[in-house]
Design a protein around this ligand. Structure first.
Ligand SMILES: [Zn+2]
Length: 263
């Protein structure tokens, strides 16, 4: 799954997800060097291990290999493992010795994995290209209210309100900025992204997510300006901050939020 996430991060914005120009469908499915287009040997395609074997350089043309590959693979492994610890849907029945599946926990496990996966892919694309692809954010918005059906304790109205509030608040901020500064400060990619997050975590997540994201964005933005001395117009992608903000809310839960606002 981590390896596939890397494929998505590179190929979705390029529009080469299914087919590279000038290659057949099956040729397009093979991993090739991004510098010289040489097909990559299968054992170098093994997640994490491939990067270690190659010591961070391509085997064909000795160009640097992005550390994004192992980072995304490790993040996916950690996140999915943690999701299983949080939602242990498999139980070994001690009496009859068979594996029992708890479907409610399984639904929450899948819900968590999909959300993390979408947040990670969008963040890495946003970091590189300053865009959040519609092919991820729009399905997030559409699938959220459907998946709620499988999640006991997660109400449909919380989900729908989350989509409206998440999209609405950022749209208001974006339009206000545009009216004052006459330039786009916050793209519509971020608006759709937070609408999706609101749908997956419920409306309760919207303000804490924006708060954490803005705090982190300000700290890193100020550090950026101090280091680079480029002035106030240095653009930072907001997507990764929204993603980390949503994860903080999700992991630490309402307990942390109550601790901050109602000590
Ligand atoms: Zn190469």
């Amino acid at each position: 799954m981590g390896s596939f996430a890397n494929v998505c991060i590179y190929r979705i914005p390029e529009g080469t997800f299914f087919k590279f120009p000038g290659k057949s469908f099956w040729e397009s499915q093979q991993s090739c060097c991004r510098h010289c287009n040489t097909p990559i040997k299968p054992y170098y395609n093994i997640p994490i291990l491939g990067y270690l074997l190659l010591l961070g350089k391509t085997s064909c043309c000795k160009k640097p290999l992005s550390p994004q590959y192992p980072i995304v693979e490790i993040l996916t492994a950690l996140a999915f493992s943690w999701m299983f610890i949080r939602f242990p849907f498999l139980h070994l029945n001690q009496v009859d010795l068979y594996w029992a599946v708890d479907t409610e926990l399984l639904a929450y496990f899948i819900h968590g994995c999909i959300l993390f996966y979408a947040l990670m892919i969008c963040s890495f694309i946003d970091l590189r290209l300053m865009i959040i692809p519609d092919v991820i954010s729009i399905p997030m918005i559409i699938i959220a209210p459907i998946w709620v059906y499988f999640l006991p304790g997660f109400e449909l109205k919380d989900c729908l309100l989350g989509i409206l509030l998440g999209g609405g608040v950022l749209m208001a901020i974006s339009m206000t900025y545009y009216m004052i500064k006459k330039q786009v400060g916050l793209g519509f990619g971020d608006v759709k992204f937070l609408a999706g997050i609101g749908g997956w975590l419920g409306y309760q997540c919207v303000f804490p997510t924006i708060m954490f994201a803005s705090l982190m964005g300000s700290v890193i933005g100020i550090a950026f300006i101090l280091i680079r001395k480029k002035g106030m117009q240095t653009a930072l992608p907001f997507g990764p901050f929204l993603a980390i903000g949503a994860l903080i809310y999700w992991v630490c839960g309402p307990e942390l939020i109550q601790g901050i606002f109602m000590p």
